[in-house]
Design a protein around this ligand. Structure first.
Ligand code: FNR
Length: 182
């Protein structure tokens, strides 16, 4: 069987380090894992009045999540939390009440920031939300990455310094998804 992973990147920035990290991480996975970065930049601002008639990008996001066996959140830290665009996506796909797309999907959380704290606080806030959404989230190893020269190699892969660490992270993530995927 094939494991499809829905990748949710918390940055809309063109040259996002987190987007690059998501792409590079996918290369560390085994052949039976495929990764697809989902669109969250085209979602309207969440409004509960629309729960009965969700917009097309919301329905697309939800069907992409439901079709996946696992989730990978790759997020920057904005003001010591995760970005509003990511919260917007989490809220959209959790509704209408009783029809959350997130329910039960195993997840991993990683992130890269320019600051030395490496998105630690953003990830902690995100874990709080994921716990409520009944998303079993890999606890260890944690991955708090700082954007430095050499994080990525010329080919867009993970650079030498971080490769071993992130390979171990990916191995644990893969085992987690295999264990928890329905
Ligand atoms: C940041 N940045 C940031 N970095 C950090 O380590 N902790 C923080 O709390 C913040 N806060 C913050 C707020 C806002 C509004 C912005 C725009 C940026 C810097 C952040 O790490 C940097 O911009 C990264 O490059 C963002 O990730 P992407 O877009 O490269 O994936």
């Amino acid at each position: 069987t094939q494991f499809h992973i829905a990748v949710i990147v918390g940055s809309l920035r063109q040259d996002s380090f987190n987007k690059k990290l998501a792409t590079a991480l996918a290369r560390l996975a085994p052949a039976d894992f495929t990764f697809k970065q989902l669109q969250i930049g085209d979602l309207p601002l969440y409004n509960q009045d629309d729960d009965g008639h969700q917009a097309a990008p919301v329905l697309k996001l939800k069907s992409d999540i439901k079709a996946a066996q696992g989730l990978l959140f790759v997020t920057p830290e904005y003001n010591r939390s995760f970005p509003g665009v990511l919260k917007n996506a989490l809220d959209h796909a959790s509704r209408p009440y009783g029809d959350s797309a997130w329910d039960g999907k195993p997840a991993g959380v990683v992130g890269v920031s320019v600051g030395a704290s490496g998105t630690a606080m953003a990830q902690q806030h995100l874990r709080n939300v994921l716990a409520y959404l009944n998303v079993p989230t890999l606890g260890q190893p944690e991955a708090f990455i700082q954007a430095k020269n050499g994080l990525f190699d010329e080919d867009g892969g993970i650079g030498e310094d971080s490769k071993k660490f992130l390979q171990r992270w990916m191995d644990q993530y893969v085992a987690w998804v295999r264990q928890h995927a329905a």
